[in-house]
Design a protein around this ligand. Structure first.
Ligand SMILES: [Zn+2]
Length: 329
């Protein structure tokens, strides 16, 4: 008979005062229970061996993932910061383009004024920076692509780029125009230098104007061919423009008097001087000291008789006098 089918009796003796416990088990149960326990132990061991390593691997991967996540977040933040800073730069650049545009318009306007002063006529064709209103002369047309109105960085970037391209071409166009204005201004300055535009004395007190008046000596009507400017004996008298001294003498009725030839048929004459400080042949500059105010010749008191002579005829000096004497650099 197989021992698996045998019955086994177990006796348990707790202590001397208690009754003996006994129970029976057959051989199959006795084998099954330890076998199941052993199997469970082996399975547990295998599980621990197989998955215990993987668990640590998973933990490691999880850590790596977390580290990469925070790395990516940092990189993303860096990129966002960089984009924000680029956007700020772009906005500043766009504002700068607008400022340059305004300054360019001011320069163009100034140049127009200079051209007006120098008497240069504007060519008929010019680029207008202002939009021509409906109904105004001119007009514009053709297909145009609307710029997006949004302030998105990409559209702002292309808008700013276009502004700079436009500015660059305006500057290119301005250069030859400014060169022409400069040479015209130089010519204008040369003409201004030889035109008697400044006051020949410091005093502005006009004691007698140009024109017909009652002669202070004869009491008869006569043409007063110059401008009388009052002052004190010894006051400085200045050349009204660049020129060459063609006369410097004492005579009657002019007294001590000087004539300066400025070219282009224009001369100036200074009479009744106290002193003459230049001689015939001297080249004088506009505003240069040439003599002293006086009372020589036919004169009732210290004054300068100042004449502007155009092609041999005295004209009213007042329209010529435009400005004060300036100190030369
Ligand atoms: Zn006079």
């Amino acid at each position: 008979m197989n021992w698996l089918s045998k019955q086994f009796t177990f006796v348990i003796i707790p202590d001397a005062n208690q009754s003996v416990q006994r129970f029976r088990l057959n051989g199959f149960i006795l084998v099954l229970v330890p076998s199941v326990i052993a199997l469970l132990a082996v399975c547990s061991a295998l599980f621990i061996i197989l998955f215990g390593g993987n668990m640590s691997e998973i933990r490691h991967l999880k850590k790596q993932l977390a580290a990469s996540e925070s790395g990516y977040a940092e990189t993303l933040q860096d990129k966002e910061n960089h984009i924000s800073s680029l956007e700020a730069d772009l906005t500043a650049l766009s504002a700068q383009a607008e400022q340059i545009e305004t300054k360019m318009s001011e320069i163009t306007e100034l140049e127009l004024q200079l051209k007006k002063i120098a008497g240069i006529k504007e060519p008929d064709v010019h680029i207008s920076s202002a939009t021509i209103e409906d109904g105004e002369e001119g007009g514009q047309g053709g297909e145009e692509i609307e710029l997006p109105a949004s302030a998105e960085p990409t559209s702002l970037a292309s808008q700013t780029e276009q502004e700079f391209v436009a500015l660059s071409s305006r500057m290119e166009a301005l250069r030859p125009s400014l060169e022409a204005t400069k040479s015209a201004m130089l010519k204008y300055k040369q003409i201004l230098d030889i035109t008697p535009t400044i006051w020949p004395a410091d005093n502005r007190k006009i004691t007698s104007t140009f024109g017909v008046r009652r002669d202070p000596f004869s009491r008869r009507s006569a043409l007063h061919a110059g401008l009388d400017i009052g002052g004190n004996r010894g006051d400085p008298i200045y050349a009204a423009a660049d020129g060459v001294v063609t006369l410097s003498e004492r005579a009657y009725p002019q007294g001590n008097n000087i004539i300066i030839n400025h070219g282009r048929g224009i001369e100036t004459r200074y009479m009744h001087l106290n002193e003459r400080l230049v001689k015939v042949g001297d080249k004088v500059k506009k505003g240069q000291l040439i003599g002293e105010l006086g009372n020589t010749g036919r004169s009732t008191g210290p004054h300068l008789h100042y004449e502007v002579i155009v092609n041999g005829t005295q004209v009213d000096p007042m329209p010529y006098i435009q400005e004060d004497r300036k100190e030369r650099e």
